[in-house]
Design a binder for this molecule. Structure first.
Ligand SMILES: *[C@@H]1O[C@H](CO)[C@@H](O)[C@H](O)[C@H]1NC(C)=O
Ligand SMILES: *[C@@H]1O[C@H](CO)[C@@H](O)[C@H](O)[C@H]1NC(C)=O
Length: 462
């Protein structure tokens, strides 16, 4: 008797162990009802003619892109049962209400099921109809086709990093420069001694004139902080150029985002004059020292992790370690006051050629996100789709050169080359070209230059 009991116990234990192992494995399988997508009306056990009246781990049939079970072990709490298991195998109604369901791609989905169509969420309504949101999407196949068919001088592409975002989100998270206030707009323009007959080259590329000193386009991710990115980008190049390559720091946008907080809003936008004020008065460290960590839009601003103190004559020194253990070099880089250039095409060109890349604001419209190559001009392709599809916001970029191209009709198309901050997979290796001399998207409205604060001490002694 005792022996029998022991044996029974052992068996039970073994069975419990087996059950828990199997159960764990099955629970780890992708939940069939995850995301609320399941086929309420499908015939699975029935189609495969499978019903297992015990526990059978192999008792499965294909279910969409995974498997579902037709054995007694299946259970709504595990939710890996085929939807027709109860009715077909047990002859009882399924333990969940049968919804009228919505049809999609040969399946029926219950009320409340959802799927995404680009930037819009579609929900199966109580009446058995899909109800989809109606946002304008950042990537829109119709607009991409319209640009590419339209002979506008540039090509559009579908970017996976933008797919699924609404146009509003694109404007909200991918730009991030406040329009300069009227006082800043009226800032004195640099007077340039320029002979109106002066002949400038037809092509200019800062990277060719200053090899090794022009930094790669940056990637702001979904941080609406182009104010910090374009400022860091222009300052990095100019400090490199003005130090004649003795210092080639890639400056830290994160330092500006987190520490330049006076009237600035970090990854929710900021002002260029404020950024330049900070670079002059406080200075920033390199990107290696203070890396970018705000890629995803975060609810809370990140605290400032770098501080500095004056060492006299306007120069400063860091009083904090780099906020990452790998880098120790925490030199502070500063600039002189930034200056505004006139909107004259030639003056901008001359400044660029003599002193290096300049910063410019850019009014970004819906079609710009899809830019792939060529000479950009804002197109009317979204006009037919209504006002919701036409949105714009202010951005800032780094202009690095210019050129011109002969069009098939014999006309010459002049352009600027500029670095964006949407990564190097966007546009022409992170750069774009845009029509020059016509203030396209306000690119010539507010152009800024600056001198790196480079003193003799920064130069190596001979
Ligand atoms: C599913 O599991 C619950 C709790 O474990 C149980 O009460 C219920 O009877 C099971 N249903 C089926 C259909 O096996
Ligand atoms: C765009 O790309 C996404 C994924 O990267 C893809 O799912 C979608 O079908 C593409 N759309 C068009 C219109 O090419």
């Amino acid at each position: 008797m005792r022996q029998l009991r022991a044996l029974l116990c052992l068996c039970l234990l073994a069975q419990v162990a087996l059950a828990s192992r199997v159960r764990t494995r099955r629970e780890l399988a992708p939940g069939l009802y995850e995301h609320g997508v399941y086929d309420a009306g499908g015939a699975y056990c029935q189609r495969g003619d499978v019903c297992c009246h015990g526990r059978d781990d192999g008792c499965t049939v294909p279910y969409q892109d995974t498997l579902c079970y037709c054995d007694l072990f299946c259970n709504r709490t595990i939710s890996d049962c085929c939807p027709d298991f109860w009715e077909y195998c047990l002859g009882i109604p399924a333990p969940f209400p049968k919804a009228p369901g919505c049809a999609r791609a040969g399946h029926t989905y219950p009320t409340g099921a959802t799927y995404r169509e680009n930037c819009n969420l579609c929900t199966c309504g109580p009446g058995g109809q899909w109800q989809c949101e109606d946002h304008a999407c950042l990537m829109d196949g119709e607009l991409i086709d319209a640009v590419n068919r339209g002979n506008y001088g540039w090509r559009a592409a579908n970017y996976s990093q933008f797919w699924g975002m609404t146009l509003e989100d694109g404007i909200r998270y991918r730009l991030g420069t406040f329009r300069p206030s009227p006082t800043v707009m009226n800032m004195n323009e640099m007077q340039m001694n320029m002979d109106s007959n002066e002949v400038l080259p037809r092509h200019f590329d800062a990277a060719a004139k200053w090899p090794g000193m022009i930094h790669e386009p940056l990637d702001q991710g979904n941080c609406a902080g182009s104010w910090a990115f374009s400022t860091a980008a222009v300052a990095s190049d100019r400090i490199s150029i003005h130090s004649m390559g003795h210092m080639t720091p890639a400056l830290s946008p994160q330092n500006l985002l987190s520490c330049d907080t006076r009237n600035q809003r970090g990854c929710s936008g900021g002002r260029l004059d404020g950024a330049w004020w900070y670079l002059r008065r406080r200075g920033v460290v390199t990107d290696e020292c203070y890396p970018f960590t705000s890629q995803q839009s975060q609810p809370a601003a990140q605290p400032c992790m770098m501080h500095s103190r004056s060492t006299g004559r306007g120069k400063r020194q860091a009083t904090a370690r780099c906020p990452n253990a790998q880098t120790h070099a925490n030199e502070i880089y500063q600039s002189t006051p930034a200056y505004r250039l006139s909107s004259s095409e030639k003056e901008i060109m001359k400044e660029l050629m003599e002193n290096g890349p300049v910063q410019a604001i850019l009014e970004v419209h819906e079609d710009f996100f899809m830019y792939k190559s060529g000479i950009y001009r804002h197109t009317p392709v979204a006009e037919g789709k209504g006002p919701k599809h036409q949105k714009h916001g202010t951005h800032s970029v780094k202009i690095t050169g210019w050129g011109e191209e002969q069009l098939p009709d014999g006309q010459t198309q002049k352009y600027w080359t500029a670095a964006n901050s949407w990564g190097t997979a966007w546009g022409e290796g992170g750069y774009f070209r845009i029509a020059r001399g016509v203030n396209e998207c306000e690119v010539e409205t507010f152009v800024v230059g600056v001198w790196g604060r480079v003193s003799m001490e920064d130069m190596p002694h001979k």
